[in-house]
Design a protein around this ligand. Sequence first.
Ligand SMILES: [Zn+2]
Length: 377
Amino acid sequence: MQFSSVVGQAAAKQGLINMYRSGHFPHALLLTGNEGTGGLPFALALAQYIFCHAPTDTDSCGQCANCNKVGKLEHADLHLSFPTIPPKSGTKAMSRYYLSDFREFVVQTPYGSTYDWLQFINAENKQGNLTAEECREMIDTLNLKSYEGGKKVQIIWRPEYLGKEGNILLKLIEEPPADTLLILVAEQHEDILPTILSRTQDVRLIPLSAQDIAAALVQRGQADERNAMQIGHLANGSYTEALRLLQHTQNDLFPDVRNWFNALFTNNGIAIAKFAEDWSKAGREQQKNFLHYVVSLLEHAIRSRYLPQQPPALPQEEALFAQKLAAMKISFEVLGQMTEAISKTIYYIERNAHSKTQLHSLSVKLVYMIQGRKQSA
Ligand SMILES: [Zn+2]
């Protein structure tokens, strides 16, 4: 994987490349970022950069023999440890039993979550683990000479799963064998042993911007520009979440938002009933996405009120819609109430409330709010 395939994270990419080129690279690096910010793809891109025969100032070449091997997770000096389950009863959970599964999983879904991975190996409700045996094998392997005579890289995906067994690795992390780099990829800082934290250099990955997510979806041909932007705004900074949303948001949500708001602003009972009827037939995920999208448009409208000079970072039609909404004489308080009412409806729909009733009563509440009337509970 090249850095160019890692979504966003421009500062962390360039920072680490510069550090590497200047010869001041830490021997144990801890990459921490929420799910979907790209920790594992980032670690693999970094490993590829380190092994590449012809790296540039910004990326590995993507062409050489080593890039090829790292791309398939098959470089002999790239070692991978990740949470697993015992393959059968009476055995220990170890990464080496699952290497070919892991290669397949990562090549197919580099932004897959740990949960996705454990489902991929049919762990079902079993907890994944990084065991004491895994730690000891890591130490033995890294103490051998490198196969190809160059550097060795050990990636540990989710050191949170080490638990106290992580103490076995302290000496390795503090003083790795020559030419050995350790890259730990974590999501929850607070679940890592303090003794490991104190021995690693911390690099944070930030939540992705809606623009970064949208650009990646368009570039990879996974969505058109406006669908990509809608998903970008819904994905909470996570590319994993964006890919999940993509499965539920194939249609353009905007025309329905516009029609619904027209119905609300004109208090058109027939159109409102039709909206509730039509949308009650969509899946719950789709309903939630729709409502989340409306919330994000309302938030843009609120922002536009504060910063009228700055057009919202949205596709043109949505930007106009948010600006129009902002220009209407709806108080901040009412916009806030509308957002809250929609969020509550999302909450009820998540808990399997009858969606047609929910969407209808939400519409009625919004009409009251827009008209500035007092609503009865
Ligand atoms: Zn290369």
